[in-house]
Design a protein around this ligand. Structure first.
Ligand code: M7G
Length: 342
C-alpha cells in the first residue's frame, strides 16, 4: 500500500513539481505521515493557519532598516512593539505554479507603458495570491538585531585550541537562547509541524520545517533536524561516538523527505553550520535548487563529509582548524582580536 502511495506521489511531483503542499495534504492526495502518530494526537495544537486577530505588526514602530535586498525581495526592520524591541522580516513569497491561472484570470492589470511589441503592467493580485511571509522576533535582543544588520564580515580560522580557550568561554555566556529548540523537543511549540520523530534519547531527532520555509513550494524546501541529545553544541563536539546518531539522522531524514515531499537525496543539501547561531546540534536539509543563506563553503559542512571525517579520525573536529565568518561587531571577533588571532 505504502509503495503504491509513494509511486503515485512520485509521478504527481514529476508532473507538478511546484504544487502547494498544504493543499495536497488537505486534499488527501498526500498523507501527512508521522512516525509517532499516537503521540502527535496528544500534542497541544498551535493556532497556525488561523488569521491572527492580535497582530504584532500593526503596533510596530519602525526604528531603522537593518538590511534589504531588492533581488531577494526581503527587508529586515528593527523597531518597537509597544515598548519592546522587535525585528520584523518581510519577504515576498515566490510565485506559485499551482495558482498561476487563477492569478492571471482574477487580477487587474494596470498599463505602465506600451512600445511596439513591448508592454509593461502592474498586476494587482487578489490578497490571497499576494502574501508576504512575515517573521516577528519580539522581544528581540541586541544580538538578534546585530544578526540581521548588514555588516562587514571577516573570516577567522579557529584551531581546536582556539575553540577551547576563546570560542567556548564566549559562546557559553553569550549564545542565543535555545529555548525555542527545547520547546520543539518537548512539544510545547510547533508540535503540529513535526514531520518525523525518532524518540531515541541518544540517536533520535525531530524533523520539521525551518521557519525560513513557508512550505508552499518545493523549490526552496528547508527542514531542520534537531537531535534529542542536549550535550552536543556543534560540529566541534562530534566524535566517532556520535556516528550512530549522524547516520540515523541522514538515513531517516532523507527517507522522510523523499516520502513526504517527493524530493530524493540527490536533490538535497544536508549540512551543519559552523558556527551555528544556536548551540544545540541540528542539521539543515535544503533543496539543492535553493541557494539557502549560509550554504556557502565558509559556513556549511556537508553531513556526509562529517561522517567520513569522523570515520577516518574520531578527534577530527576536536583538533582541526575550522574557518568561519564573523560580523564586524560580533563579540567573538573582538575576542579573537584580543587573543592576537586576527
Ligand atoms: P543556525 O545555523 O543555528 O543559525 O540554524 P542561522 O539562523 O544563523 O542559520 C538554525 C536554524 O533554525 C535556521 O535555519 C533558522 O531559520 C531555524 N530557526 C530558528 N528559529 C528561532 C526557529 C524556530 O523558532 N522554529 C523553526 N522551525 N526554525 C527556527
Amino acid at each position: 500500500m505504502r509503495s503504491v502511495r509513494h509511486a503515485q506521489r512520485f509521478i504527481f511531483f514529476l508532473v507538478f513539481p511546484a504544487v502547494n503542499l498544504d493543499w495536497l495534504i488537505s486534499s488527501g492526495l498526500i498523507m501527512a505521515e508521522r512516525e509517532n502518530d499516537g503521540a502527535a494526537a496528544k500534542r497541544p495544537k498551535t493556532d497556525a493557519g488561523e488569521l491572527s486577530s492580535d497582530s504584532p505588526v500593526s503596533d510596530f514602530k519602525i526604528t531603522r532598516i537593518l538590511r534589504e535586498c531588492a533581488r531577494e525581495k526581503n527587508i529586515f526592520i528593527h523597531g518597537k512593539v509597544k515598548d519592546q524591541d522587535a525585528v520584523v522580516i518581510l519577504e515576498k513569497a515566490p510565485i506559485r505554479k499551482d495558482t498561476l491561472s487563477e492569478l492571471l484570470k482574477s487580477s487587474q492589470l494596470q498599463l505602465e507603458m506600451k512600445n511596439d511589441v513591448y508592454s509593461t503592467y502592474q498586476l494587482q493580485a487578489p490578497a490571497h495570491l499576494n502574501e508576504i511571509k512575515t517573521t516577528v522576533i519580539c522581544p528581540a535582543t541586541e544580538k538578534h538585531v546585530k544578526k540581521y544588520l548588514h555588516q562587514e564580515v571577516f573570516l577567522v580560522e579557529e584551531s581546536g585550541e582556539d575553540y577551547r580557550t576563546v570560542t567556548l568561554p564566549y559562546i557559553s555566556s553569550q549564545s542565543f537562547s535555545v529555548q525555542w529548540v527545547h520547546n520543539i523537543l518537548e512539544k510545547k511549540a510547533e508540535a503540529d509541524r513535526i514531520v518525523f520523530e525518532d524518540p531515541d534519547p541518544l540517536t533520535g531527532f525531530v524533523l520539521l520545517p525551518d521557519f525560513k520555509w513557508d512550505k508552499k513550494q518545493i523549490q526552496d524546501l528547508y527542514l531542520i533536524a534537531i537531535v534529542h541529545r542536549r550535550d552536543v553544541k556543534s560540529l566541534r563536539d562530534l566524535t566517532s561516538e556520535h556516528l550512530p546518531l549522524l547516520t540515523n539522522l541522514r538515513s531517516k531524514g532523507e527517507d522522510t523527505i523523499q516520502r513526504q515531499y517527493g524530493v530524493p537525496p540527490s536533490k538535497l543539501r544536508v549540512y551543519f553550520h559552523y558556527q551555528p547561531s544556536y548551540h544545540h546540534l541540528h542539521v539543515h536539509f535544503t533543496s539543492l535548487e535553493y541557494n539557502a543563506p549560509g550554504c556557502g563553503v565558509e559556513r556549511a559542512h556537508l553531513l556526509s563529509d562529517v561522517i567520513q571525517n569522523l570515520q577516518a579520525d574520531s578527534s577530527y573536529y576536536h583538533n582541526r582548524s575550522l574557518a568561519f565568518p564573523l560580523r564586524a561587531d560580533d563579540g567573538l571577533l573582538l575576542k579573537f582580536k584580543e587573543a592576537g588571532k586576527l
